[in-house]
Design a binder for this molecule. Sequence first.
Ligand code: AHG
Ligand code: MN
Ligand code: MN
Length: 325
Amino acid sequence: MAVAQHRTTLQEYITSEWRANGLNRGLDAVIMAIAEGSRRVQLQVQQAALADALGATGETNVQGEIVQRLDAASSEIFVETLTGSGHVAAIGCEEIEDPVIIDADAADGYIVLMDPLDGSSNIDVAVSIGSIFGIWRKDPGEVVTDESLLRPGNQQVAAAYVVYGSSTVLVLATEDSVCGFTLDPETGTFAVTHPNIRIPDDCPYYSTNEGNNKVLDEATRKAIGLLRDQYSQRYVGSLVADFHRNLLKGGIFAYPADLNRKEGRLRLMYEANPLGYVAEQAGGAASTGYGRIMDVVPEKLHQRTPLILGNKDVVEATVSVINGG
Ligand code: AHG
Ligand code: MN
Ligand code: MN
C-alpha cells in the first residue's frame, strides 16, 4: 500500500519559512488563529440546517444588510480565536459597527480587518462561501485607537482568505509568496496543496453581475461588453469563490461603480484590500476603476469601493475603457 505522502502543514510552513527571518514575530499566531477559526466555521457550514445554522437572525448590520446566523457565528468565532492569539491589537469586522480594540499596545501586535462570512446570499443554498482577512502590523510602541484601522491596503503585511467549497482552502499571501493550504477534515489541519500561486497569463473567465448592465454608464457598459465578447462568464455571487477560481485558472472579477452605487458595492477594508494584496502578490492587479485599490486612503471602516480584480493585463485594459480609452 502506498505510504501516504507527508504534506507540509500550515504550522510547519510558517515555522520553517518565517522563523528564519524573524520579521513576522507574532504573525504566525495570528495566521494559526485564522486557520483554527476557519476550521470551526467550516464545521458549521457543513452541518448547516442540521445545526440550525441557516437563515437570518432578524437583525440588520451596519451595512443595512440582513444578518445571517452564519455571519454572526463566524464573526464571534474569529474574534475569539484572534483574541486568543495574543498578538491582535484590534479587529475591524464587517458585522461589527465599531473597531474591536483587543490589546491596544500589544507587543508584536497586528490589526486584522475581516469579512468573516463572504457570500451570505449563498449560505442557505449550499453554494461556496468564504472568509477574508487583511493584516496590518501596528507600529512598535503604538497605542491602537479606532483611527489606527484606517491604514491603506499598501501597508498590509499579509492577507488571507478561506473558501468553504467542495474542499476548504486557505490561501495566504505574504511579502514573499502566495500559498494555498487544504483542510484535512479528518485531522482538522491545513496542509500545503497550492505552493507559489501565480495568476496565469491566460484569462478564460470574467465574473460580473450582468444584471447591473442597465445601470452602468456608457464607458463601463462598453468595458463589460468587451469582456463578454472575449471570455466565458462565471459568477458565483461569492467574491471569494469567484476570485479563487480566477486566481488559479486566470480571469477577471468586476464589480464597477454604477448609477445606483457610485461608491461601488464591495467593501474596501476587508474585501478589496485583502484580495487586492493577494492578487498583486500573485502577479495580478486590483483597481477601483480609477486607481490602485491599495493606494486608497480610507476614511471610514465600512466604506465601499468599485473593484476590478485579477489578471493584470485584463484589469488594465478594462480600466482604460472605463476611463474612455
Ligand atoms: P457579503 O456576503 O460579505 O456581504 O459579500 C457579498 C458580496 C460578494 O461576496 C459578492 O461578490 C457580491 O456581494 C455579490 O453581489 P450581488 O449580489 O450584487 O451580485
Ligand atoms: Mn463579503
Ligand atoms: Mn460578509
